[in-house]
Design a protein around this ligand. Sequence first.
Ligand SMILES: [Zn+2]
Length: 211
Amino acid sequence: MTEDVPPSALDARVLVLNRNYLAIHVINIRRALTLLYRSAAEVLEVRDGLYANYDFQGWLEMSELRSEEKRSDEDWLRSVNFDLQAPRVVRLVRFDRLPRQSLRFSRRSLFARDGNECQYCGRRFPPQQLSLDHVLPRSRGGDTSWENIVCCCRACNTRKGGRTPREASMTLRNQPRQPDQGPLLARHIQHPKYESWKVFMAAASSPVELR
Ligand SMILES: [Zn+2]
């Protein structure tokens, strides 16, 4: 099925819901088709506010019906014998995985949140030249959390030392907080072709992370 597939269709992303219609992650189209083919997932389509569920065979038939009149916001996978519309949302039919509660707290995700920008002087650095600063120093009871750690260049880190920003007369560019969702996911949701994801993102008790 990979012959003559335009790159845009294979680049399409698919939102995965668990059995209870909660968004749990985002996968590529190949993975989604494998899940469908193995009957581990079904296609969930939202059209005009109505949900329709399709197993793989049903989706093939639906694709065949629509293939004569493809719309510009759809992605299509072409093979020798048939065209298959790329699903936007699939729902796992067997597993009850819960959405991740939040982004993993890590050095990398802290740098990503702050855009590799020192939160004191505002300059951008490669990650290896950045450190992490406890806004309220640990020695003063500051915790290691999204709300108390920021990206910081070495010069600013040295200057600040074991003091609070106020004591060091330094100002934070942004109030640090836990990111709402993965930046990649946010970018996808802005694209009109992933419009149908929104309803599930709003329904999820917490944001999902791209993996
Ligand atoms: Zn700095």
